[in-house]
Design a protein around this ligand. Structure first.
Ligand code: BDR
Ligand code: CA
Length: 314
């Protein structure tokens, strides 16, 4: 199994990504680290425990609270898309609490304990990852692979025309991470996840028909995003975070990728958080592998397989 930390702003697809990390036999999930992003910070922590419970693994994986706001800017939420991030679900997990150790310290420690072995899936703004790289200059080298859900490959944004949410929320952190020397794989919002990995009515029905507690959890937490997506003309749910986590564990799902130089706009008036991805003709040194195509049906099969498991939540 792959030793793994998931750095997350736990709402909807982040929860599905945690399910992948918790249920996939290829994953050895060492910690969940929390960063400010989609919904209120304390709600995100609750959503992580809710998901641990849904996976039948409450108390087995530590949750570390991290940076509660971006490096240099006020927090921006995506509550208009995700609501509370869990489709109104609530569980009594009041006996659970985040670790005393800050997420940034946990990331630094876990990478240093296993140099070259730990992989990180970053599926929220990059504040914790950038902070860990600033705190420990060897962090980037100690991490085996950093999979980043963020940006667009010279394509559409989702929070502004130019920017994808995770890079928009903390562009300074994203910029710092691409300059830090990680072995980086980027899973961009557009075109990849928006054009290749939307689960439409047939895919969602297939999961609902599994009728397991995990499938019901999936359907419920995805409902607000489904409603939002339909309101903007997308007939289904997007799965950028769970795809990122699945690709980390199963690189064979990648059908095409390229080496790119990725940089992030921090000062543009209308391009804050824009990701410039140079494909090799501009004389810039590549600093990331960008995923360009995936085996979407195989990803759905894999996810459906995980959600079909019988699990006893509390
Ligand atoms: C990203 O933003 C969030 O809303 C999702 O969780 C995902 O990580 C997509 O832009
Ligand atoms: Ca996310």
């Amino acid at each position: 199994p792959v030793p793994l930390v998931i750095d997350t702003d736990t709402a909807q697809d982040d929860c599905v990504a945690l399910l992948v990390g918790l249920l996939d036999e290829e994953a050895d999930l060492r910690a969940i680290t929390m960063v400010a992003g989609n919904v209120g910070f304390d709600r995100q922590v609750h959503n992580a425990f809710l998901t641990l419970n849904a996976a039948g693994r409450l108390g087995e994986v530590p949750v570390h609270a991290g940076c509660r706001r971006p490096l240099m800017r006020p927090w921006v939420s995506a509550e208009n898309v995700h609501g509370d991030g869990a489709g109104g679900l609530w569980a009594d997990v009041s006996d659970q609490s985040a670790e005393d150790e800050h997420a940034v310290d946990a990331l630094v420690r876990l990478a240093a304990e296993n140099p070259g072995e730990l992989s990180v899936a970053s599926i929220g703004p990059l504040t914790n990852i950038a902070s860990a790289a600033l705190k420990d200059p060897s962090f980037a080298a100690n991490v085996k692979a950093l999979y980043i859900m963020g940006g667009s490959n010279n394509g559409r944004g989702n929070i502004t025309p130019a920017a994808e949410f995770n890079f928009y929320v903390d562009p300074e952190a994203a910029k710092a991470v691409f300059a830090a020397g990680f072995a980086t794989v980027v899973v961009p919002w557009h075109p990849l996840t928006l054009e290749r990995v939307v689960f439409g009515p047939a895919q969602l029905a297939r999961i609902a028909e599994l009728d397991t507690s995990l499938a019901r959890f999936f359907t419920r937490i995805c409902a607000p995003t489904l409603e939002f997506d339909r309101s903007v003309g997308i007939d289904g749910t997007t799965h950028p975070d769970s795809l990122t986590t699945a690709l980390l564990l199963h690189p064979g799902l990648v059908r095409a990728s390229g080496r790119y130089n990725v940089d992030v706009e921090t000062s543009g008036e209308i391009t804050r958080g824009y990701s410039a991805m140079s494909w090799g003709v501009h004389g810039l040194e590549p600093n990331a592998t960008v995923v360009e195509d995936v085996d979407a049906p195989a990803f759905l099969d894999h996810l459906a397989g995980l959600l079909s498991r019988p699990v006893e939540p509390r």
